[in-house]
Design a protein around this ligand. Structure first.
Ligand code: CU
Length: 232
């Protein structure tokens, strides 16, 4: 008898939770829509290869830097897509820029203004040198025991990051105005959810291929597609 009661009660709870989940997407759809950006590049990929002789145990003797990564159907990877004028977008989700295999990984990170964790997975001495103007420039050693350094990036800016210990290391931190942003995957696509309905300017930026903008209209509960073709 007692067991039956528990089963009945938990079923009730499950139904309750189910109803809650069913309500959530509807509530979201009323507020905003999705932007699906498709970024293409009609040129050749740019991959720099170089021989290295520093910290060979962790870094090897050859490094490659994929400055322009082009995938299937000319999709351009690592392009930052931002809806700069949109309201809201939630709090900044903390991103991690890792120094791993003597590379900054991922090559490009994007964040709303806030903190970025710069990690050192290699466990050797690295250095973080940012070339910024709107944000305070950083030039700090990150010794092997310092697994994470949290740094503040308050102002929207595309920031080049280098390591002065390993001259080939290069990465980028894209500080965009708000949480409505994404980075294209290997096929050149990214989706930005919960964008408020209305007209917006979508910006695309790539460290080697510059910036483009397009106007879109987002409708509640719908996906608006926008395509870009980046040029050298
Ligand atoms: Cu380094």
């Amino acid at each position: 008898m007692r067991r039956t009661l528990i089963v009945v009660m938990s079923t009730g709870l499950l139904v309750g939770a189910g109803a809650l989940f069913a309500l959530t997407p509807r509530a979201t759809a009323q507020g905003g829509g999705t932007i699906e950006a498709d970024v293409k590049y009609n040129g050749a990929p740019v991959i720099e290869k170089l021989k290295t002789n520093k910290d060979v145990e962790q870094c090897g003797t050859e490094q490659s830097l994929e400055k322009v990564a082009v995938g299937a159907n000319k999709g351009l990877a690592s392009a930052v897509v931002a809806v700069a004028g949109a309201k809201g977008g939630g709090a900044a989700k903390k991103v991690v820029l890792d120094q791993k295999g003597c590379k900054f990984q991922p090559y490009v990170v994007a964040t709303a203004p806030g903190d970025v964790d710069i990690a050192n997975s290699d466990g050797i001495l690295h250095n973080v040198h940012t070339y910024s103007t709107a944000n305070a420039a950083i030039n700090k050693a990150q010794p092997k025991f310092k697994k994470v350094m949290t740094e503040k990036f308050d102002k929207p800016e595309f920031i080049k990051v280098q390591c002065d210990v390993h001259s080939w290391m290069l990465g980028w931190i894209a500080v965009v105005p708000n949480g409505h942003h994404g980075i294209t995957d290997a096929s050149g696509v990214t989706k930005i959810d919960n964008v408020p309905a209305g007209k917006h300017t979508v910006e695309v930026w790539h460290p080697e291929l510059g910036k483009q903008t397009k106007e879109v209209e987002v409708k509640a509960g719908q996906t608006t597609k926008v395509s870009f073709e980046m040029k050298k």
